[in-house]
Design a protein around this ligand. Sequence first.
Ligand SMILES: [Zn+2]
Length: 363
Amino acid sequence: MVCPGFIDVHVHVYEWVTNFGVLADDAGVHAGITTVIDQGSTGAWTFGGFKAHVIDKSRTDVRASVSINLAGALKGGMAGDILHNPGIASVEEVVKLKAQHPRDVVSIKCHAESGSFSLWETSVLAMAAQAGRETGMPLYVHTGELFPVLEDRRPAPQAVLPGFLPHLKPGDMLAHIYSCMPDGIMSIHADVPAVVFEAHKRGIHFDIGHGINFSFAIARRMMDKGVFPYTVGSDAHGDFNAFHDDSKLDYSMLGAINKLLALGMPLLDVIGCATWNAARWMGADHEIGALRPGMRADLTLLDRVQGDWVLTDAMQERLTVKERLVPRLVVRAGEVIEPHRRYLRDVCSATPRQAAQAAGSRQ
Ligand SMILES: [Zn+2]
């Protein structure tokens, strides 16, 4: 299958600066993806290094969803009281950064979860929303408990999402829609909460944001009620509790695509989420996301591989599929690249040649 180049709207690729950043090309072209958006690793004060060492040096088209925090997310998930402190966030600096780097900076990363809510309620997200309005950029909003919670101020799980939603504007994106976290989008409800449908009606999008909390059971319950993702972010990142360790990364955008297909989402809808929707969301649909004369030659070429393969979720539920999509080649601005697929542990085992190639790319 020949597709427009896949766009992963959620990766963490500020390698060596954030403890959990991975190599952009391993998460990008070598995983069958031509464009990736880093979600919040960089803030206005650390963007210069990201531009010089990641954006400008990668074969993958790398863009940034900039954190409202001036430093970005230096330590993944473990320091919410730093990341969310309104004292080190700045609307003005995000507005300035967008003006200086209109192409590279495509959205604003923020969090709607119990940890930040318990410390500062919605004040930091409100700042991100203001920066979004002033720049016209969409917000990319994490959902599901992530940071340490001040226990005596812990919000009721079902109160978290309704508390944050009024700040969002049409075009903003809620991430991790099929997360099993109790304060996530599905929360502790048996049925999809009404606020989810209201948000959708208002033009707010949903990203699968696969990550470490994706649940088949929640996905089934939400799909049954017509709640589907708009994009297929992987949330590829290294170990939050280690430094520069990607050995446990066992999910990918291609894995997420195969899971959506296994759950019954139509192929063309899934490919649309992986390409056109993402390009539109990031404001790049004039150059990527479709196969049309005049657009950049970014392609993802897939094999339909036959044979039993087991897909697994965060709850260790296993789903056996008979066929899966595996990237064979990527074309990036006209250049043909054979992906080594080191991060596609959930989709395929690398051939010895690909393993050697992957080892070479790490040196
Ligand atoms: Zn993430």
